[in-house]
Ligand binder design. Structure first.
Ligand code: FES
Ligand SMILES: [Fe+2]
Length: 222
């Protein structure tokens, strides 16, 4: 029988991005092990659609879990649940209120199963701290995304210099061709640049996306 979920804590947060950006970020399963590298070490998608996604995730301490994200019907909130061996072990329910053109207020409620081994008085602060940290990491991403959408395609033409392992200088984009977020990374010893937001990898010399999700920055530079 499924254990009943009991509420153990809340979190209220003002965020410097619109409701639309906050929902976009929640649907963005790919960013977990990169934007949230301190919490997640891997994500493997099971399925996704415009209302949510399901994925196997690995926490940085090696704990495997399944995560399910489901948007509310009105797309002004969501439920994020985690499962171990098919049993739900925690749930965050978020409602989002638009407070301005580029701001919103997020209200989280946290739940654990009534038979959880996690002490109730510790679970609330644990989830509030974790989700507070996740929002802290998401906020700059959402703000960069807002700026990229406003700036349009022209930011993809901006270049800066980077150094290859052999010391040669090459011109690389300032903004990632994936979502236009700052490509703040340098070529590694193989000459590969790994975008800090979703981990797409690019050959610094040719621009080819060697992780394969997109073609190359030159083709997408447009
Ligand atoms: S913005 Fe997504 S991988 Fe760079
Ligand atoms: Fe996030």
């Amino acid at each position: 029988m499924k254990a009943e979920m009991i509420e153990v804590g809340t979190l209220e947060r003002d965020v410097g991005a619109s409701l639309k950006r906050a929902i976009e970020d929640e649907l963005d399963w790919e960013h977990l092990p990169y934007t949230h590298a301190s919490t997640f070490s891997n994500v493997s998608l099971i399925n996704a659609d415009r209302m949510g996604w399901e994925a196997d995730v690995m926490l940085t301490d090696g704990t495997p879990m399944q995560m399910h994200v489901k948007l509310d019907e009105d797309r002004k909130g969501y439920t994020n649940s985690t499962f171990t061996d098919g049993a739900e072990n925690g749930r965050a329910v978020c409602r989002i209120e638009e407070t301005g053109a580029d701001s919103c207020h997020m209200s989280f409620r946290f739940f654990i199963p009534e038979d959880s081994p996690f002490p109730r008085d510790m679970a609330g602060p644990f989830y509030a701290e974790m989700f507070g940290r996740l929002v802290d990491e998401d906020e700059p991403k959402m703000m960069h995304r807002t700026a990229a959408l406003r700036a349009g395609g022209k930011i993809h033409k901006e270049r800066r210099e980077a150094l290859l392992p052999n010391g040669d200088a090459v011109q690389v984009p300032r903004y990632c061709p994936h979502q236009g977020l700052p490509l703040d990374c340098e070529p590694d010893s193989n000459g590969t640049m790994t975008c800090p937001w979703h981990g797409y990898r690019f050959d610094a010399q040719t621009g080819k996306c060697v992780s394969g999700q997109i073609k190359s920055w030159r083709n997408s530079a447009g």
